[in-house]
Ligand binder design. Structure first.
Ligand code: ADP
Ligand code: MG
Length: 451
């Protein structure tokens, strides 16, 4: 993809002045993060990193991503209700991956007791990259769907004003008008409000479970503010507040399983409940790409199935056996075409290139390989943009983008009462970073400039 901003990106002095204006507007709009030095305090804050210019995205791909979002909502909801599918899909993974196994144990325990909750709320974000193809037209390929930690809906509601400002300073009024309005925080809040309403008690509170050190609090506050405007009150707690007994997960992070079980057994409308969290695992994503799986989960909906399948990249199981052996052989033969993914969220866990080769050689003969999946590597066409980060000079670099679409659904017992897409998030990063999002300090916030 070419950029509209080519000559502007060459003029260093103009970039510096524009960057100053953009940063001031970002601060004024509330595109904020707490600092890494003071992650528990809002006394000193800075702007969340962002691109100086919006990045060009083909309108057709934006439309395609929006059009498939309700299908993804339905699919996640169907998977979360299909205990047999989850059990079969995750059977090899839970033998090797302690985190997934613990989630699965709670899932089983709650199923045995009978699920107490009657209202189900899904807030998710499906992420894509634009695969360049031989005929030059890019294709929309899903990276993953996030059913937990689907963040940046709040800040993404505030960035369009910043890019409009930059283009207005340049007297590019027509271009400024093309930046799409975006308000995921409102849409996400409407989903929470619907679940709250169906829960049926005016005294009910929304419990937001956050980390103690939460740099991204302003993103979350945007949703809290929307709820308060509807007279719905939010309280914030950590897992440790909920239960005093903590334990360490295998990455030695404190993860409180007691609290998670306690919550899961309650009749509160969880977001996500454990089954929905499991539906968002990378292993489930990989199994969904098998022929016949979408048809089984969404019977009688061939159009939805076709829309979903069109966004799938190559996904390969690494379970012991011939199929997994073949996948490993393919990846070893052409390492630049694959990504190795463990069952983790949050960026920085995937393996590429030589690191992937070393890991595959080591895992090859071990059952442990079942805790990973292999994925085709998406290769978007790089373009130039200027990245703005607190503490660093404005930097013009070769970039690639990742588009996320926010989805919301609410189900009461067996009836779906809401199913919507509620906005987008574009994140852009320098091409030298294979992995990682905004929270990991790699990608920055952006806006699609539809072309
Ligand atoms: P996480 O749960 O850590 O966010 P992701 O699957 O989203 O896991 O991967 C993290 C990042 O790695 C993505 O944001 C993307 O930049 C990169 N990535 C993941 N899968 C691929 C892929 N198949 N091709 C190219 N890049 C990928
Ligand atoms: Mg991700």
């Amino acid at each position: 993809m070419a950029t509209n901003w080519g000559s502007l990106l060459q003029n260093e002095q103009q970039l510096e002045e524009l960057a100053r204006q953009a940063v001031d507007r970002a601060l004024a709009e509330g595109v904020l993060l707490r600092t890494s030095q003071e992650p528990t305090s809002s006394e000193v804050v800075s702007y969340a990193p962002f691109t100086l210019f919006p990045s060009l995205v083909p309108s057709a791909l934006l439309e395609q991503a929006y059009a498939v979002q309700m299908d993804f909502n339905l699919l996640v909801d169907a998977v979360s209700q299909n205990a047999a599918f989850l059990e079969q899909t995750l059977s090899s993974t839970i033998k090797q991956d302690d985190f997934t196994a613990r989630l699965f144990d709670i899932h089983k325990q709650v199923l045995k007791e009978g699920i107490a909750q009657t209202v189900f709320l899904g807030l998710n974000r499906s992420d894509y990259m634009f695969q360049r193809s031989t005929d030059g037209s890019p294709a929309l390929k899903q990276i993953e769907i996030n059913t937990i930690s689907a963040s940046f809906g709040g800040l993404a509601s505030r960035t369009p004003a910043v890019h409009r400002h930059v283009l207005s300073v340049l007297s590019k009024t027509k271009e400024a008008g093309k930046i799409l309005s975006n308000n995921p925080s409102k849409g996400l809040a409407l989903g929470i409000a619907k679940a709250w309403e169906l829960y049926g008690s005016t005294n009910a509170l929304v419990l937001l479970i956050a980390q103690e050190k939460e740099r991204n609090i302003f993103d979350q506050r945007a949703i809290e503010n929307e709820l308060l405007a509807r007279n719905i009150h939010v309280i914030r707690r950590t897992f440790e507040d909920i239960s005093e007994k903590g334990s360490l997960d295998q990455d030695r992070r404190l993860f409180n399983w007691e609290a998670r079980l306690l919550l899961e057994r309650s009749c509160a409308a969880k977001c996500p409940d454990i089954a929905t969290q499991l539906a968002g695992t990378k292993k489930v994503q990989q199994e969904l790409s098998r022929p016949g799986m979408l048809e089984m989960l969404l019977p009688g909906q061939p159009e939805a199935v076709a829309r979903l399948r069109a966004t799938f990249a190559g996904l390969y199981s690494l379970d012991m056996g011939e199929e997994g052996d073949q996948a490993i052989a393919k990846a070893l033969a052409a390492p630049s075409r694959f990504v190795l993914k463990p069952q983790r969220e949050g960026g920085g866990n995937n393996l590429y290139g030589e690191e992937m080769v070393q890991a595959l050689k080591q895992l090859k003969d071990s059952e442990e390989r079942a805790s990973y999946i292999l994925m085709e590597k998406i290769e978007p066409e790089p373009f130039e943009n200027c990245l703005l980060r607190p503490g660093s000079p404005a930097q013009v670099v070769q970039c690639i983008s990742e588009l996320g679409i926010f989805g919301v659904y609410v189900r009461q017992e067996k009836t779906l009462v809401m199913n919507k897409h509620v906005g987008h998030l574009l994140r852009t990063k320098a091409i030298e970073h294979a992995d990682g999002g905004v929270a990991a300090g790699v990608a920055v916030l952006d806006n699609p400039y539809p072309v």
